[in-house]
Design a protein around this ligand. Sequence first.
Ligand code: ATP
Length: 365
Amino acid sequence: MAAISLSKLNKHYGTLFHAVKDVDLEIADKEFVALVGPSGCGKSTTLRMIAGLEDVTSGEIRIGGQLVNHLPPRDRDVAMVFQNYALYQHMSVYDNLAFGLRNKRVAEREIKAAIDRAADILGLHELLQRKPKQLSGGQQQRVALGRCIVRNPRVFLFDEPLSNLDAKLRARMRIEIKRLHAQIPTTSVFVTHDQIEAMTLGDRVVIMRDGRVQQIGTPLAVYERPANRFVAGFIGAPAMNFIDVTVRRGADAMAVEAAGLRLTVTAADARALAPHDGRQVVMGVRPEHLVLGDSASGFSFDARVEVVEQLGSEILLETRVGADSLTVARVPAEMKVARGDQVRLSAQVGRLHFFDPESELPISG
Ligand code: ATP
């Protein structure tokens, strides 16, 4: 069993900089958790503390129930994959894979069996005699993964392992890592600044900002019920649109208004917004929840198309709503729209988000 538990984990660099702040996180045995957030949010520092590469300022780290704060990395039984692969350039792939086991004086026969198994899983057989510089980036990263597999550790730690690869290869390696986790279910923590990577790989996603955890949840939960405006804007691509609106109670319905925009809200949203009547709130709507065309129920508004991005599979529209609100809608590729067109956009019912402008917390029913 190798559950990981982080309790009130803090990291200070010197006296001035507080990089990781009171992080609490329970990772179940065999779970795959992705740590995601913008550059500098403390995700790598958190991972490096789990690995033992960084001292803990305060708080506790447990792996498999054991307090590991003061254990050196080699005694934690974790394997780490780095962005720069960290392969020994003068050794063959085979010797790179064997290195850790030879250090532990494992018999060559056993080492060969472990390497065969890793090579089967990762398709490395024809590369075993090459040197790392004779490999592509993707192949080198597969070797780095292989080196972790042969050690059969309790925990895999990934520090932005796909960042050096091009977009296509990243997508392929993502699938390989997912397949690997299915074949060898091992507790894994994966650090990335790429929310798509986090969402596709993680059983759960941990979103961090400025050293603090913002939300922990399944990919669907953080997408559908973001804990604050930051998470709402960070998760999802293209990002959620935000518009400042004023809440207005009408004769028979509640609405939100901005220049050139008046939207009726659902009964549930109306209940949540009632205490904000007459005040400004932030409305969030995801591009994929805006539909081109009118809807009968007061959820539509006028917009002028400013930019059309034809992606083949879909179109992204940059539109101006009223005086200054810019929004993006994601519409089917076959739609006929051009720059300068006046269009009607409709928000899908129940897909509007509202946030308090000060606390940035959701206003929800
Ligand atoms: P990135 O995606 O850019 O790697 P990150 O979220 O992984 O970002 P960390 O590497 O954990 O961020 O760094 C968190 C903060 O701590 C950053 O502001 C960074 O500058 C700072 N930091 C990291 N290492 C040190 C160090 N050795 N000394 C001082 N400050 C550091």
